[in-house]
Design a protein around this ligand. Sequence first.
Ligand SMILES: Cc1ncc(COP(=O)(O)O)c(C=O)c1O
Length: 400
Amino acid sequence: MPTTDNETPDVSELTPPSRTLMGPGPSNTNPRVLRAMSTPLVGHLDPSFVEIMNDVQELLRYTFRTDNEWTIPVSGTGSAAMEAAIGNLVEPGDTMLVPTNGYFGDRMASMARRAGGTVVEVDAPWGEPLETPTVEDALETHDPDVFGFVHAETSTGVLQPNVPELTAVAHEHDALVIADTVTSLGGVELRVDEWDIDVAYAGPQKCLSCPPGASPLTLSDEAMEKVLSREQAPRSWYLDLSLLEGYWGDERAYHHTAPITNVYALREALRLVAEEGIESRWDRHERIAGALKAGVEGMGLEMNAPEEYWLPSLNAVQVPDGIDDSEVCETLLERYDLEIAGGLGDLSGEIFRIGCMGHSARAENVIFVVTALDDVLESLGADVDPGKGVTATRRSLATE
Ligand SMILES: Cc1ncc(COP(=O)(O)O)c(C=O)c1O
C-alpha cells in the first residue's frame, strides 16, 4: 500500500539484539569506541578535527608499520578502500594479476576490469595460499603492471605466509603490489615497509573492532607517483586519490564531508591498538585463537587450513559429516545470541568460519563459543566429544 503524506510509516520497534560476534566481521566494539562515537560533531575542517585527522593518520602508520606519508582512512567500507587502491593504480590498458584462491581475488578482478584494466590470474585452490614459483611464472608470462593478493583470506581462513618473497618477485618484474589486509590489520603480523608492500588497504570492523565506515589505506611514494602521473583521471571522482590529497594532505581543503563520527571511532580504536602495542596485539590474537583451535580440535573437529597458513583472526573449521552448517549457525544465533558463519563459494557447506578479532578475541569469548558449538553440534547429532573441547580450550589458555 502506498503511504500518503499524512500516514505514519508502519515500521518495527525492534531494538537490535546484543550478540557475541565471532563471525567473519564485524567484531564486537570496545565500549570506548562506542563512547567516542557519541562525541558531538564538529565541522570537517574545524581545527580540532584537523588535529584528529593527524592523529588518525599517525596511528594508522603505526598500525600498518609504515612511514608512508600517504596513509588515510577512506570514507566507506573496506571495499571503498579496495576500489581506491585498484581504481587509482590500474589505468586503462594496464594489466593486473589477481589470485583465484578465494572470494576476494574475484572482487579485485571485477574492480580492475571496471578501471579499464586487463585481468590475468595466478592460480591456487580455495583454501591454499599462493606459492612463490607459481606467482613468478605468472609474472613472467603476463608481465602485469600491478599484482594484487589477499594477505588474510576471510573466505577460506588462509594466511598468505610468504609476503616478502611475493613482493620481491613482483618488483623484479616491475609490478606494483597491492595487499588486501582487511582481515589482518591489527590482528596478524603485517609489516608494510619491511615487507615492501606498495599499497595496503583494510577494513575497520575486523581486527580493529571499529564500526565500518572509514577504511584504512596506505600507499608508498612509488605507488603515489604512479597515481599522480596517470594520463587519464580515475573513473571514480569520489575515490580519486589525487583529489583526496587536497583534504588529507597539507592543504586540508574541502573534497567531501568526512564521516566525522566514524573518524572519531577509528581514532579511538587505533588508540587502543597503540596502548596495547601492535606486537602484543598480534600475540593476543594468536594465543586466544590458539585456544579456540585447541577447543574445536579437542571436541573432534578438524581445522581446514594446515598450521603453516592458519589465520588466527579467521578460523576455518570443517563441518562434520551429516551436519548442515546453516542450521548450526542459526541455532547458535537463536540459542546463544552468538554469531559464526558458514563457508562461501567453493567452500560453501564445507566449513564454519569463526572469527577471533580485536575486542572479540578474548578468553571468555572462546570458552563461550567452544561450549556453545559443542552443545549445538551434539544436539544436532554430530559425532563430537562433549566437554573435551572446553577442557582443551581452558588448558590452552592456562598454559600461556
Ligand atoms: C579480505 C576482504 N577484503 C575485502 C572485504 C570488503 O570489505 P567490506 O565488506 O567492508 O566492504 C572484506 C570484507 O569482509 C574482506 O574480508
